[in-house]
Write a protein that binds this ligand. Structure first.
Ligand code: 5GP
Length: 143
């Protein structure tokens, strides 16, 4: 038995515009933005707009929508940073490392020989996040 969805989680607040985010993409079902504690340059997140805790309670239509946005982001970050690869990660429940309980997929550009930084490690400078978001938005516009 998992806990119910909590409408006061940080991503719900981002969706409601109560706290700021570096927006990358939005459609009817999904929203994408920069992770504030990136595990690598260009680390971003794709989330559903509808309230799901994680992969265990999402319906297939919303899962398909957020996966489509995840693929878009993966292609976007690869192009934006000329990355060698892209890591996609998704955690479910605290035992698995989930810390924000609104369904999301991590998309992280990867570079040969560069290790990932720790999960929820250090806060990135807002100017760096803004500059990286700009590059990703530009790349997404050309896909
Ligand atoms: P989880 O551990 O739930 O898979 O990942 C949550 C992610 O959200 C982490 O990578 C963390 O850095 C990120 N995060 C936490 N708080 C905020 C926030 O206020 N804004 C943004 N953009 N990302 C956040």
């Amino acid at each position: 038995m998992t806990a119910p969805y909590d409408a006061n989680n940080i991503f719900a607040k981002i969706l409601r515009g109560e706290i700021p985010s570096h927006k990358l993409y939005e459609d009817a079902e999904t929203y994408a933005f920069m992770d504030v504690m990136p595990q690598g340059k260009g680390h971003c997140l794709a989330i559903t707009k509808a309230p799901f805790r994680n992969i265990l309670d999402v319906d297939l239509a919303n899962l398909n929508a957020v996966i489509a946005t995840t693929q878009k982001l993966a292609r976007g970050v690869k192009a934006a940073f000329d990355a060698d690869g892209v890591t996609v990660i998704q955690f479910n429940e605290p035992a698995a490392g989930q810390t924000v309980f609104h369904l999301h997929f991590h998309v992280i550009p990867r570079f040969d020989g560069v290790a990932l930084k720790p999960h929820t490690g250090q806060m990135e400078d807002q100017n760096v996040l803004a500059a990286n978001a700009d590059k990703i938005r530009q790349a997404l516009a050309t896909l």
